[in-house]
Design a protein around this ligand. Structure first.
Ligand SMILES: [Zn+2]
Length: 156
C-alpha cells in the first residue's frame, strides 16, 4: 500500500552548495508513487520510517533528467526580452507567461546568444539530507485523488 510521507529536507549539489531546504518552513507531505516529489527520492524513501534521518543521493537521470542538446539554441541578442547587460550564467523566462521555461545563457558570441532551455538542475546529481517526520498508510480517498490530504484544499 502506498503511504503518505511527511519529511524535512536540505538539498545540495555535488559541490555541497545548498540549493533548497524546508528548514524553517513546513515539511513536505506527499503520496508515494504519485509524482509529487522527484522520482529517485520517492523510490529511495519507500523503506524510511518516522523519525529516521538519512542522506539520499539521487542521480541526475532520476532527478531532473539529463541535459538535452536539442534544448540549446543560438538566438539573436536583439530578439531577447532582456534590456541591459547580459552575462553568461544569467537565467530568465523565455516568454511572458509565468510558466514559460527558464533558460540559461551559456555563451555570448557577438550578436548571438547561446541559450540552454534545459532545467537548471538537469545533469546534476542531487543529495538530500532527509528527516522523516511522519509516515502512514494512504486513505482510499487519497489513492483515488492521487495526492495526500491535509491542506491540499480539495475538500477530500
Ligand atoms: Zn483530494
Amino acid at each position: 500500500m502506498p503511504r503518505v510521507v511527511t519529511f524535512h529536507y536540505t538539498l545540495r549539489d555535488p559541490a555541497g552548495r545548498v540549493l533548497d531546504t524546508s528548514a524553517g518552513a513546513d515539511p513536505i507531505t506527499y503520496l508515494e508513487g504519485a509524482g509529487q516529489i522527484i522520482e529517485g527520492l520517492d523510490e529511495q524513501l519507500r523503506v524510511a520510517t518516522a523519525g529516521e534521518k538519512s542522506q539520499v543521493v539521487v542521480p541526475a537521470a532520476k532527478a531532473y533528467g539529463l541535459p538535452d542538446p536539442g534544448q540549446v539554441q543560438k538566438v539573436r541578442r536583439e530578439l531577447l526580452p532582456i534590456a541591459g547587460e547580459l552575462k553568461v550564467g544569467d537565467q530568465f523566462q523565455a516568454g511572458p507567461d509565468r510558466h514559460a521555461p527558464v533558460v540559461t545563457v551559456r555563451a555570448i558570441e557577438g550578436d548571438d546568444v547561446l541559450l540552454d532551455g534545459n532545467h537548471p538542475l538537469a545533469g546534476v546529481d542531487l543529495t538530500f539530507d532527509v528527516e522523516i517526520v511522519g509516515a502512514r498508510e494512504a486513505t482510499e480517498s487519497e489513492l483515488t485523488h492521487g495526492h495526500a490530504h491535509g491542506d491540499c484544499g480539495c475538500g477530500g
